[in-house]
Design a protein around this ligand. Structure first.
Ligand code: ADP
Ligand code: AMP
Length: 214
């Protein structure tokens, strides 16, 4: 199964993508996580990406596409994947469609997790991320057992630099101008499915499972 998660930053794409990956036994591929891992490891790609990410801008398509096309070559992708944060522009979506077509394939669903802008700022300012294993929490809605410590791997949690309110507003603007057009793109391909992302995490997941099949 090949699934794309669409939605504003902070809509809950990563939260749901991890649950989808567990249930359907497919890898969760987050371009944001891959960029952050590169930043942490001090790679050249990480240094390039950080300059854009810290400003709330998108990393250029060429860099992102090179990275994701390499990731698709890994053996764990043979039964599909859930994509979180990719594609984020029309050229990225077109490149993905072409790459899949060359292999006689296509994505199964683009799931749009719908959350209005007014809920996003509180979601993101309360988000706490584990840069070690990629887990995310929310200080109010999805708390950890011990404050500030990852339930999964025990590392210290951080507020991402790009989750500060001034950067979040910029990211929302970028989302509306560059990423939202993908809703129309996947609607016209007959692949779009919508879920109400303002519900509790488990209710959102149930709605997604109804779409993907149990
Ligand atoms: P995205 O991957 O779309 O940027 P995340 O999955 O990281 O978003 O979620 C953003 C923040 O909102 C996180 O702090 C997460 O724990 C929290 N969150 C996710 N889903 C829900 C939900 N259904 N209700 C409340 N908070 C949520
Ligand atoms: P995310 O973890 O999905 O919220 O992504 C964090 C940041 O990484 C974004 O604000 C972008 O700067 C960058 N990024 C992640 N995925 C992409 C992508 N597909 N295209 C361009 N930039 C991306």
């Amino acid at each position: 199964m090949k699934v794309i998660m669409l939605g504003a930053p902070g809509a809950g794409k990563g939260t749901q993508a991890k649950k989808i990956a567990d249930k359907y036994q497919i890898p969760h591929i987050s371009t944001g996580d891959i960029f952050r891992a590169n930043i942490k490891n001090g790679t050249e790609l990480g240094t390039k990406a950080k300059a854009y990410m810290d400003q709330g801008l998108l990393v250029p398509d060429e860099l992102t596409l090179e990275l994701i096309m390499d990731r698709f070559k890994e053996p764990d992708c043979k039964n599909g994947y859930v994509l979180d944060g990719f594609p984020r522009t029309i050229p990225q979506a077109e490149a993905l469609t072409r790459a899949l077509e060359e292999q006689g394939e296509s994505i199964d669903y683009a799931v749009n997790v719908e959350v209005p802008d007014e809920n996003i700022i509180s979601r993101m300012s309360g988000r706490r991320a584990c840069l070690s294993c990629g887990a995310t929490y929310h200080i109010v809605h999805i708390p950890t057992k011990v404050e500030g410590v990852c339930d999964r791997c025990g590392e210290k949690l951080v507020l991402r630099d790009d989750d500060r309110p001034e950067t979040v507003e910029k990211r929302l603007g970028v989302y509306h101008s560059q990423t939202q057009p993908l809703i129309e793109y996947y609607t016209s391909q007959g692949k779009l499915a919508e879920v109400d992302g303002t519900q509790e995490m488990e209710a959102v997941f149930e709605a997604i499972v109804k779409i993907l099949g149990a």
